[in-house]
Design a protein around this ligand. Structure first.
Ligand SMILES: [Cu+2]
Length: 164
């Protein structure tokens, strides 16, 4: 039942995007790394474009995992450290592109089941100004995040730089 609701929601979201910018925050190209074996957690990467006023990403949720955390990864000396952020600021006009291997990502804590290539699941992000925004995450093969981005061509809602 909730799947049908989600479909309906996605449809209206797409039709809104086609006409006017009713949404001040736009999420594109959401992907998650396929998990191996019984990995308890997964990682998702997406593009967030803030077309509205300064905003803050407060939290997220997904039926795919018991919890969502916003993580940042930094190099401290030779050690890669990952820590959870309470929130993530997004300035007006800011475009954030999460990339595997460095920086900000969305952590799926406590996966309900392994993420297999080709799976899709909904993810809801909750912003202070823009409210709740849902997107669909595609699970892809991301063994080698480095260089040349051998990512599958997922053109989903890619939206050419309409910068006004
Ligand atoms: Cu993480």
């Amino acid at each position: 039942m909730s799947k049908i609701l989600w479909r309906a929601c996605l449809l209206c979201l797409l039709s809104v995007m086609g006409t006017a910018q009713a949404q001040s925050v736009v999420i594109n190209k959401a992907v998650a790394r396929a998990t191996v074996g019984k990995m308890p957690n997964g990682a998702a990467f997406l593009q967030i474009e803030n077309k509205g006023p300064d905003d803050v990403l407060l939290s997220g949720s997904s039926p795919a995992s018991s919890r969502i955390e916003i993580h940042t990864m930094t190099m401290e000396g030779d050690v890669m450290k990952m820590r959870a952020l309470d929130q993530l600021e997004l300035k007006a006009g800011q475009r954030l592109e999460m990339k595997p291997g460095a920086g900000i990502h969305i952590m799926l804590m406590g996966l309900k089941k392994p993420l297999a290539v080709g799976d899709k699941f909904p993810l809801t992000l909750n912003f202070r100004q823009a409210g709740k925004i849902e997107t669909t995450v595609d699970v892809v093969d991301m063994k080698m995040p480095m260089k040349k981005g051998e990512m599958h061509e997922h053109h989903g809602q890619h939206h050419k730089g309409n910068s006004d």
